[in-house]
Design a protein around this ligand. Structure first.
Ligand code: PLP
Length: 331
């Protein structure tokens, strides 16, 4: 992993590329070929928004649509900003970012992956745009995405398992037959994609003269929470509050089920139950009029519980709209 180079870049704001290994690590992060001898700047990760919002194709809509909004949701002494990731166009979630980075680098045009929701939609959608056919294995709880996958033309199979990671063994046959597995759980590009998300938030907060003291985010693969925790930890000494489900909340899981990147940060882990998460959704909707997804509700519930003061960034991975059938069952 390229962590020590990323750490130097984030800490110093720039990096002089001395070796082939460093050039390769920075090429992944900057999403372009970085040469030995080049001096790269952190600012290159900042977004270049398209003010007129006219886009030449749907990939341009993703990249040119960044930054996604950062919404101030509370005042000092506990000043908080929510990153609204459902503004990403393909899956309406934070996972467009991961999948874009994964698809840019995987070889082959047949892909197979395991997902309980947003990654499935993002892969099917971005696969159509980037010339990849995808097959998705889905744990039982993710069944509600299958009609969307049909519209997108992706192949899928629902498995009788409760967690995404348990479905991994089903992929082996497809891999033997030549399909490529992007592997959102193990591919460092998931983490790397969100170093760019962190730089985007850094750029947004600096516009209002703030820097975060705390990041509050849910953990599934741990990609986005760990990357934000790492970036803001290195840059400003901020702390990550990682939110895991006490029981079950779609999109996130418990840290002991195994996740790759959370060990890169010194995180405080907080348990939130499904009923607390849904109460968070309700409270946020009543207060701000926005329907946030269940894992965002968990993040908001965690924010309401903690007593830390300062500037906080909350990541809201998606909105409530794709969960309506699921909510019917929970009534
Ligand atoms: N929230 C939702 C709705 C998700 O779909 C996911 C991941 O799929 C997460 C949170 C967790 O994100 P990560 O995999 O980056 O930890």
């Amino acid at each position: 992993m390229c962590l020590k180079y990323y750490e130097a870049l984030i800490r110093d704001g720039g990096f002089k590329v001395g070796t082939v290994e460093e050039a390769s690590c920075l090429s992944y992060l900057f999403d372009r070929r970085v040469e030995v001898g080049e001096e790269v700047k952190l600012e290159e990760l900042y977004p270049t928004p398209n003010h007129h919002r006219v886009y030449l194709n749907s990939l341009d809509l993703l990249r040119g649509g960044w930054p996604t909004p950062l919404l101030k949701i509370s005042e000092r002494p506990k000043e908080a900003y929510a990153k609204l990731e459902w503004y990403n166009p393909f899956s309406g979630s934070v996972k467009d970012r991961t999948v874009y980075y994964l698809l840019k680098s995987v070889e082959g045009d047949r892909l197979v992956e395991v997902s309980s929701g947003n990654v499935a939609i993002a892969l099917a959608a971005l696969g159509n745009v980037m010339g990849k056919r995808v097959k998705i294995y889905i744990p039982t709880a993710g069944k509600y995405v299958t009609p969307l996958l049909d519209f997108l033309g992706a192949e899928w199979q629902v498995l009788d398992v409760s967690m995404t990671v348990e479905a991994l063994e089903h992929l082996e046959k497809d891999i033997r037959e030549g399909a490529v597995h992007p592997n959102q759980f193990g591919n460092d590009l998931n983490f790397i994609a969100h170093l760019r998300t962190a730089a985007e938030i850094d750029w947004q907060l600096s516009a209002v003269g703030r820097r975060p003291d705390y990041i509050v985010a849910g953990i599934g693969t741990s990609g986005h929470a760990s990357a934000l925790g790492f970036y803001f930890g290195v840059r400003y000494g901020a702390k990550l509050i990682a939110v895991q489900p006490k029981d079950w909340i779609p999109g996130i899981r418990r840290v002991e089920s195994g996740m790759k990147w959370i060990k890169y940060v010194n995180a405080e882990i907080l348990d939130i139950s499904l009923s607390e998460a849904l109460e968070g959704v309700r409270e946020f909707a009543r207060r701000h009029g926005l329907l946030i997804g269940p894992s965002a509700g968990a993040v908001y519930a965690a924010f309401s519980k903690i007593e830390y003061q300062g500037t906080l960034v909350l990541v809201f991975p998606d909105s409530l709209f794709k969960y309506t059938a699921l909510l019917e069952q929970l009534r």
